[in-house]
Structures are given as structure tokens and as C-alpha cells.
Write a protein that binds this ligand. Structure first.
Ligand SMILES: Cc1ncc(C[n+]2csc(CCOP(=O)(O)OP(=O)(O)O)c2C)c(N)n1
Ligand SMILES: CC(=O)[C@@H](O)[C@H](O)COP(=O)(O)O
Ligand SMILES: [Mg+2]
Length: 584
């Protein structure tokens, strides 16, 4: 009778109506669905499996959507999605037009908070509670927070405000002792001791727990007590990430945090790993060489050791690779301090998470002109993680900052000379690169020794009629687009700030210019080129291709690239249309 119970649940009202004796079966059904869906489409398996009982208990005790349940990040909520009317569509999870990767109130009234980035739940929940109180609206407000989320400053700002407000905010701490990798810093040991009680009580919260986060009875009991409280309260639940799926439970590295599709063959789990090397790995290899050469070089990651491919580096240089937790602002200012002391920090950070540290980049790094290197990963389209995770704004937001050099490798072989250039510089630098696998090195791409300077002509036509100007791996698409066009040149801008003005002016003197970048069309390389031409009074026909002036949703990044014209066919179309020619 698999799934018979879950199939009858259309909304949280049905969860509350179930006899208590049926709840373990409901949890089993939920786990079965989550394991099966992730096997087919991939996703955040480990966190979602660990939160099954917690989510069932929350929906038993609180009346969503009148009571608002705000989940931090939202990656642990597959059970919540399955219980709130999305079960029929869950097979579309994380795909174009399908169920969202995280939570989105536009998808369901039970998603009280749009999220994807960590550490926002407590602040947003407190704001919601205060807003409701002010406007005379009913309903309890619950923030569900992971122990990883407790390593971020924003969470502490929210807790401080909440504790002082005396409002009846309920914070549920889902403590599985893991961020994506093992949780770091002093928080893990604080949570293992009586110190947790003292800590939360000191902040003005009633502390309930620790509760076994897989014991439904204990959870419901604690949550009822929290719901009845007239002051801020923390329910501390201990859970196991990956619970109920042995391969995830056994994965000491991440407990199955996020997994690509998998299947069982002859009793063994088979994952489609692809086997291809990634841009993140290329950065990590170049960094490893740099660290071996120069003992001043250190790597810093805000909780993305795994995604930034730094595990091997951490094993080789345990004291020079710092995972500082989900603390992007701290990571950047920590790097500023390291650089001020004479070290050479490389801050490995995803483009989307760098957004949180914008003031630290300006105030702590660029203003004093400290030589921090930012290795900006996941720059451009990221695919299934969607709008909250797209690497859209790094170029446009960093380009105006005085003294900050920005580089974009095209192939894996570009990393070593670019990183060496950045590390030799006495100024801050950025290397931006995408999520994805490394291409083979085409003959047109000449790799140069450090220091890297200026743009690089990948193709220089003898009788030029048009130039494709690109940033990063789009240079490869441009090569393909220009392959049978003897009059087309391809210029890899290679960097911005400084912009290679001479090369770009030469391009305009040859004919129309197509500029293509995987970042917003507002304010990036295209804008820089247009500004240059306007300042110099150059009349050139220019077409800028990039990510649109809207938030790009989740989907297949390759398909999205094609839709945006950010592939060989799109670049070709843009070139032909500027030349007012059509495909032969
Ligand atoms: C600001 C920000 N930095 C990094 C991430 C990447 N990230 C997503 S989930 C996660 C771990 C969160 O740990 P925790 O809150 O304990 O939740 P768990 O996965 O253990 O349930 C991280 C680092 C993010 N989403 N947002
Ligand atoms: C939820 C979250 O923010 C991370 O787990 C993210 O999904 C990782 O993305 P990558 O798969 O690109 O490392
Ligand atoms: Mg955790």
C-alpha cells in the first residue's frame, strides 16, 4: 500500500486530521517520495530527508498559512512541498517551468518566505510577526533554521532583535551538525553542551530541548509548548542529515546534501558523475600550485568547501584553507585582515553569495587597496538552482570599483597565469568563472605566461568585417560562430578594469561589434564597451548579448543559453543580423 497515505494529503489540514498512529507511515511515504524524486531529477536530498519528522510535526501543530512557517534557505523542504499540494508536480522539481528549487510564495501560499540564500529566516520572520501585530493580523510565525545558518551574522542580528522585542517568535533550530560540509567554528561545540540553553536564554529566548528531531511525539509536544508561549522561544531539535537513505547517511563529507540523479543496479547505487573536470577544479589546481610555491597564499571559503572543489586542498594544507561558515561578509573582511598582515588570501566564493559582502569589498578591500583575490565561482547561469543562485551581477557590480582588476578565464589552462597575475599584483583582483565542465583547449586559444595583460585576439581576420567580443568561456562559442566567416574576428576581452581600450577601438574600426557576456546586460562588459565608444565619439554598430533585465528562473543552463543567444548559433545570428545578412 505504498504512498496510500501521502496520496490522501492535499494540504496541511489533512495532516492535522490524521490519527496520530498514522504519522510514522506518513513520514515513511514522504521519505520514499523524496528518495525516488531525487533519484530521477537530483536535488537537495540530505537536508530534506533529515527534516521529514520536523515538517510533519510543524504542520500538525501550526496552521499554515494562517500561521507562517519560514524555512531558512528552503533546500530542506521537499516534505513541506509534498504536504502542501505539490505532490503531483514534484517530478518537475528544479526543471524549467517546474516546481521551484527552494520556496517561493508565488508557488504556494504555504511558502511564507522566498529564499535560497541562508540566514534570512529569523529576520524575515520577526519582520512578519511585527508587521502582523502592527496591522492587527492573526497567526503565529515560525523560523526554521539550520545549525549552519547559525554561523551567519544576519541570523545573529535577527536573534538579537527578536530577543529584545519580547514578541512570541518561534525559532526551530534543526541541528544536524552539518552545513554542506561539517559545520565549523565554535557553534558546533556550543550546541553540544548546556551552553546552548544559556546562550539562547541569555538572548531572551525560552529554550526547549534538545529534542530528538525524529521523535514525532517529542517534537509535537515541544512545538505545542512553543506555540503557546507569549515570548520568544527556541526549539532545539537534533536530526540526522540524510536520514533513511543509507548512502546519504554514510556520506561523511556532506550526508548527501545535494545529489544528482541516481539509480539502483544490482543492489548498488549508481550515480551519473559525468567524470568531467570543472572550472572550480581548475581554480583549485592553480591555487594548489600557488600555495605550494608561496607560503603566504591562503584560501578562504564561506561554507562552500565542497562546491568550490577545495577538499583536496584542505587535506594538503589544513592550516591554510579556512572554511569560515556561512559568513560571506566575514570571509571578505577576514581576507582584508590577512592581506594587511602580508598574507595572500584567495577568497573562493560563489557570485550569488558575494552579493552579500558588497560593502566589505568596497570598504575593507578596495578602499585600502589590499591585494585580496576573489575567485568568483558560479558566475553566469547555474541551471537548476534558479533565480536565487544565478551569477548575474558580479561584473556589473564590481566593474565600477576603483583599483579592482577583473579577469575571466576561457579554458582551464588560463587559470594558472591569471591567478599568478592576480597574486603578483599589489591590488585587489577578481577571477570569475562559471559552473560547469572544462572544454578541451582549442588551437586558437594561446595560453600566455603571467603577467596576463590586455585582451586576446582568438581570431584576427585579414579583411575584417565584424568582431565578436566576449568574456570568459563565451570565447569558445564565438570561435564556433566565426568558423566559416573569413571576415569575422574574435576578441576575448579577457578582463575588465582595466579594459583593453586599444583592442576595442580597433574592433570598432573594422565594422560592427557583437559583445557577449554571461552576466546582466545592464552594466557589464557591453556597457563598458558602449561607454568607451561614446566617450571617444566612435560610431559603431554594437549588439550586446547577455542575461536579461529580469530574474532568470531555474532550468537547464544549456537550454537557457540557447534561448538568450549565448551560444554559437546565437552569436552567429547576432553577427549576421548586424551585417544585414541571413544564413546562406
Ligand atoms: C548566503 C548563503 N551562503 C551559502 C549558501 C549555500 N548553502 C546552502 S545550504 C547550506 C548549508 C546550510 O546548513 P544548515 O543551515 O545547517 O542546513 P542543513 O543543510 O544542514 O539542513 C549552504 C552553505 C547559501 N544558500 N546561502
Ligand atoms: C542550497 C545551496 O545553496 C547549495 O546547496 C547550492 O545548491 C549548491 O550549488 P552547487 O551545486 O552549484 O554547488
Ligand atoms: Mg545543518
Amino acid at each position: 500500500m505504498a504512498q496510500q497515505l501521502l496520496a490522501r494529503i492535499a494540504s496541511p489540514t489533512d495532516v492535522r486530521a490524521l490519527p496520530e498512529a498514522d504519522l510514522p507511515q506518513l513520514c515513511e511515504d514522504l521519505r520514499e517520495d523524496i528518495i525516488s524524486i531525487c533519484g530521477k531529477v537530483g536535488g537537495h536530498l540530505g537536508a530534506s530527508l533529515g527534516a521529514v519528522e520536523l515538517i510533519v510535526a510543524l504542520h500538525r501543530v501550526f496552521h499554515s498559512p494562517t500561521d507562517a512557517i519560514l524555512f531558512d534557505v528552503g533546500h530542506q523542504t521537499y516534505a513541506h512541498k509534498l504536504l502542501t499540494g505539490r505532490r503531483e508536480r514534484m517530478h518537475t522539481l528544479r526543471q524549467a517551468g517546474g516546481v521551484a528549487p527552494f520556496l517561493d510564495p508565488r508557488e504556494s501560499p504555504h511558502d511564507a518566505l522566498l529564499a535560497g540564500h541562508s540566514c534570512t529566516a529569523v529576520s524575515a520572520a520577526l519582520g512578519l510577526l511585527e508587521g502582523r501585530r502592527m496591522l492587527g493580523h492573526r497567526g503565529h510565525v515560525v523560523a526554521v533554521l539550520g545549525d549552519g545558518g547559525l554561523t551567519g551574522g544576519l541570523t545573529f542580528e535577527g536573534l538579537n532583535n527578536a530577543g529584545g522585542s519580547h514578541l512570541p517568535l518561534v525559532v526551530v533550530l534543526n541541528d544536524n551538525q552539518m552545513s554542506i560540509s561539517a559545520n565549523v567554528g565554535a557553534i558546533p561545540s556550543l550546541l553540544r553542551t548546556r551552553g546552548a540553553r544559556d546562550f539562547f536564554q541569555g538572548l531572551g529566548f525560552t529554550y526547549l530541548g534538545p529534542v530528538d528531531g525524529h521523535d514525532l511525539g517529542a517534537l509535537v509536544h515541544a512545538l505545542r509548548e512553543a506555540r503557546a508561549s507569549s515570548r520568544p522561544v527556541v526549539v532545539h531539535a537534533l536530526t540526522l542529515k540524510g536520514k533513511g537513505f543509507p548512502p546519504a547517511e554514510a556520506d561523511a563529507q556532506t550526508r548527501g546534501h545535494a545529489m544528482g540523479p541516481y539509480e539502483w543496479r544490482d543492489g548498488k547505487l549508481v550515480r551519473s558523475r559525468g567524470g568531467h573536470r570543472t572550472y572550480s577544479e581548475a581554480l583549485a589546481w592553480a591555487l594548489e600550485e600557488a600555495m605550494a610555491r608561496d607560503s603566504r597564499v591562503v584560501a578562504v571559503t564561506p561554507a562552500m568547501l565542497e562546491g568550490s572543489a577545495l577538499n583536496a586542498l584542505k587535506a594538503r594544507f589544513p592550516d591554510r584553507v579556512h572554511d569560515v561558515g556561512i559568513a560571506e561578509q566575514h570571509a571578505v573582511t577576514f581576507c582584508a585582515g590577512l592581506a594587511a598582515a602580508g598574507a595572500r588570501p584567495v577568497c573562493c566564493i560563489y557570485s550569488t553569495f558575494l552579493q552579500r559582502a558588497y560593502d566589505q569589498i568596497i570598504h575593507d578591500v578596495c578602499l585600502p587597496g589590499l591585494p585580496v583575490v576573489f575567485a568568483v565561482d558560479r558566475a553566469g547561469l547555474v541551471g537548476a538552482d534558479g533565480a536565487t543562485h544565478q551569477g548575474t551581477y558580479d561584473v556589473a557590480s564590481l566593474r565600477p570599483l576603483p583599483g579592482l582588476a577583473l579577469w575571466a578565464p576561457v579554458v582551464g589552462e588560463d587559470f594558472a597565469p591569471m591567478l599568478a597575475t592576480a597574486l603578483q599584483s599589489s591590488r585587489p583582483s577578481v577571477l570569475r568563472f562559471p559552473r560547469g565542465t572544462l572544454p578541451a583547449l582549442p588551437p586558437e586559444v594561446r595560453v600566455e605566461e603571467a603577467p596576463v595583460r590586455g585582451a586576446r585576439w582568438l581570431v584576427r581576420a585579414e579583411r575584417p568585417e565584424l568582431t565578436l567580443v566576449t568574456l570568459g568561456p563565451l570565447g569558445l562559442a564565438a570561435l564556433e560562430a566565426a568558423r566559416n566567416e573569413p571576415g569575422w574576428s574574435v576578441l576575448d576581452a579577457r578582463g575588465l578594469s582595466p579594459l583593453d581600450e586599444a583592442a576595442l577601438l580597433e574592433a570598432a574600426s573594422h565594422g560592427p561589434v557583437v559583445v557577449a557576456e554571461e552576466g546582466t546586460v545592464r552594466g557589464g562588459l557591453g556597457s563598458a564597451v558602449l561607454e568607451l565608444y561614446a566617450e571617444r565619439g566612435v560610431h559603431a554598430r554594437v549588439r550586446v548579448l547577455g542575461m536579461p533585465d529580469t530574474f532568470m528562473p531555474h532550468g537547464d543552463a544549456r537550454v537557457q543559453r540557447a534561448e538568450l543567444g549565448l551560444d554559437a548559433a546565437g552569436l552567429r545570428r547576432a553577427g549576421l543580423s548586424l551585417l544585414e545578412r541571413s544564413e546562406p
